[in-house]
Design a protein around this ligand. Structure first.
Ligand code: PLP
Length: 483
C-alpha cells in the first residue's frame, strides 16, 4: 500500500487517511507519497476523452488504496464535491484571440469563484467522509489571503463533524471575499477578521503553527488544516494539469507550456509533480507579482523572506511559498536530512541560499517572472479591449509572465491558469479599465446575493490573536461538544 512520509524525515510512514486527517506531519514537515506514480503515454491516450471528474477518479486512484476508499465511495465523494460547480466542464478552457495558441484555464467556476474551490471541494468532502465513518469530529483552522477561507467555509458549512475557523487579515482582502466568509449563517463556520497583520496572511500561518504546537489544545479540539500543507490539496490539483493538457493537445505526447499565478506554490507544486509523473510539460512558469519569493528561488537560487508589498493580485501577496519544500523532496533524491536542515535554517534566519548543483536541479523546466502592478492592470485592459474577455488580476499576472518570457518559451501551446473570477476584485477591474461601473463580465450573481445578507464574524487584533483564539475556540467547543 502507498505510504506517506514527512519531507523532514521524522515519524513513521502513515497511510493516506492519516496523512489527510493530520494535515501537517507530526514533525512539522509536509507529507509526501513515498513513491510518485508513473503515467505512461499509452495511459494518457486512453484518458484523452474523459470528463474532469472521470479523470480525477483515475488519477486519485493511483494515490488512494481501495482498502481505504472503495471505487464507489471515491466516485460518490467526487460527485458530491463537484456538483455545485456552475459549468459542466468544471474547469473550461478559453482560447484567447489576442495571442497565438494560448488558452486560459478557468479555475473559478466553483461556488466561491476561485481556484481554491477546485482542491477544497474534494478535500473537505473527503475529510467529512472519513469523520462520518469514524464517528469523530475535527476542527479545521485555516489562514487565508482571500480565497482559501471562503472555499473552506463553503464546503464545511453545515457538516456536523467539522468546525471551521477561517482567519483573514482584515483590510488586506477585498470586501467581496470577506463577505463570502462572513455571510454564511451555519453555526459550524467561524470567520475571524484579524486587524494589524504586518506580514499579511503569513502572520496568521505563524499563529496557527503555535496552536498546533500546543499539544493539549490540539488534542482536545482535534485540530487539522486544509491549507495547501495538506497533501489532499496538492494531489487534487495535479488533476487540472492533466485535464488541461488533454483538452488542448492535437497529439498526446506533444509538449505544452503552462503559467501559474503563484503564492504558496501549492498549485505549481502540483504541476511540477504532474510533470514528474509523466505529463509532457516543457516549461512551468512561476508567475509572481512584486512579492517575488518564487522568482528569486527560480532565478537566483535564494529562498528569502522580504517585506510584504500590497498589490492588485492580493491572493498571491504571500511571502513564504512553503510548498517549495515539498517539491524539493522529489528533486534531491528524497534527502530528508538536507530538507530538514534548510527548513530549520529558513525558520531561524528567513534566508537559504542553495548551492549551484541543487539550484540547477530543482529549476529544471521552471521559468519565473515578477509582474508589476502596472503590467497587471495593462494586460487586463488590453485583453478586455481587444476581445471583451475579462481577466482577474491573478490570471493577468499569469498571462503577463508568458509575454515577458515569450522568446524562451518557444512555440508550444500555452495554458495560463486563471485562478479567480474578476468580480472578487471590483476596484482593481475599475482601475484597469478606467471606468466607474463594472461591465457585466466583472459581476457575478453570488457576489450580488451576499450583499443582501447579514455578516457574522469574530474580530480580533493581531497582537492578542493567539490567546483570543484559544479562548473563542475552547468556549465554542465546550458549549457545543463538551460534556
Ligand atoms: C491561492 C491563490 C493563488 C496561489 O496559489 P498557491 O497554491 O498558493 O501558489 C493564486 N491565485 C488565487 C486567486 C488564489 O486564491
Amino acid at each position: 500500500m502507498l505510504q506517506f512520509v514527512s519531507n523532514k524525515g521524522g515519524g513513521k510512514p502513515v497511510d493516506f487517511e492519516t496523512a489527510i486527517l493530520d494535515g501537517f506531519a507530526l514533525d512539522g514537515g509536509l507529507y509526501v507519497p513515498e513513491i510518485l506514480p508513473e503515467i505512461k503515454e499509452e495511459q494518457l491516450k486512453e484518458w484523452k476523452d474523459l470528463s474532469y471528474v472521470e479523470l480525477a477518479f483515475e488519477i486519485l486512484s493511483l494515490f488512494i488504496d481501495r482498502s481505504i476508499i472503495s471505487e464507489n465511495e471515491l466516485k460518490g465523494i467526487l460527485q458530491t464535491a463537484y456538483a455545485p460547480f456552475e459549468k459542466k466542464e468544471i474547469i473550461p478552457l478559453y482560447k484567447i484571440k489576442s495571442r497565438k495558441d494560448t488558452y486560459i484555464m478557468e479555475l473559478f467556476h466553483g461556488p466561491t469563484i476561485s481556484f481554491k474551490d477546485v482542491g477544497l471541494a474534494f478535500l473537505v468532502n473527503l475529510i467529512n467522509f472519513f469523520l462520518e465513518r469514524k464517528k469523530e469530529h475535527l476542527t479545521l483552522v485555516v489562514a487565508t489571503t482571500g480565497d482559501t477561507g471562503p472555499a473552506t467555509a463553503y464546503f464545511a458549512a453545515g457538516k456536523s463533524n467539522i468546525d471551521a475557523w477561517v482567519l483573514y487579515p482584515k483590510g488586506l482582502i477585498t470586501e467581496e471575499q470577506e463577505r463570502q466568509m462572513t455571510t454564511l449563517q451555519q453555526a459550524n463556520v467561524h470567520p475571524v477578521g484579524v486587524s494589524n497583520c504586518p506580514d499579511g496572511g503569513d502572520d496568521l500561518d505563524a499563529v496557527i503553527s503555535k496552536l498546533y504546537a500546543n499539544k493539549s489544545f490540539k488534542e482536545k479540539l482535534k485540530l487539522s488544516s486544509v491549507n495547501s500543507i495538506n497533501w489532499g490539496r496538492v494531489m487534487m490539483q495535479t488533476v487540472h494539469y492533466f485535464y488541461g493538457y488533454l483538452q488542448i493537445v492535437d497529439t498526446v505526447g506533444e509538449q505544452v507550456n503552462m503559467s501559474v499565478p503563484s503564492g504558496g506554490f501549492g498549485n505549481l507544486c502540483a504541476g511540477g509533480l504532474a510533470r514528474k509523473m509523466g505529463l509532457p510539460i516543457k516549461y512551468l512558469v512561476a508567475a509572481n507579482n512584486k512579492n517575488a519569493c518564487l522568482h528569486r528561488i527560480f532565478s537566483e537560487g535564494r529562498f528569502t523572506k522580504e517585506e510584504i508589498i500590497e498589490t492588485p493580485s492580493s491572493a498571491i501577496d504571500i511571502l513564504i511559498p512553503f510548498n517549495f519544500w515539498r517539491y524539493l523532496y522529489f528533486c534531491i533524491d528524497k534527502d530528508t536530512e538536507r530538507i530538514k536542515k534548510w527548513m530549520d535554517e529558513f525558520k531561524t534566519t528567513g534566508n537559504v541560499t542553495f548551492d549551484k548543483e541543487i539550484f540547477e536541479n530543482y529549476k529544471k523546466g521552471f521559468l519565473s517572472n515578477s509582474s508589476s502592478d502596472q503590467e497587471t492592470l495593462n494586460i487586463i485592459n488590453e485583453i478586455y479591449t481587444a476581445e471583451s474577455y475579462l481577466l482577474d488580476p491573478h490570471g493577468a499576472v499569469s498571462l503577463n509572465a508568458t509575454d515577458v518570457l515569450k522568446n524562451v518559451l518557444g512555440n508550444e501551446k500555452l495554458i495560463c491558469l486563471a485562478t479567480a473570477h474578476p468580480s472578487k476584485f471590483p476596484e482593481v477591474i475599475k482601475k484597469a479599465l478606467s471606468i466607474s461601473v463594472l461591465p457585466k463580465a466583472g459581476t457575478h450573481q453570488s457576489i450580488e446575493n451576499e450583499k443582501r445578507l447579514c455578516e457574522k464574524v469574530h474580530l480580533c487584533n493581531h497582537e492578542y490573536l493567539e490567546e483570543a483564539l484559544i479562548h473563542a475556540m475552547e468556549t465554542n467547543w465546550d458549549l457545543t461538544k463538551g460534556k
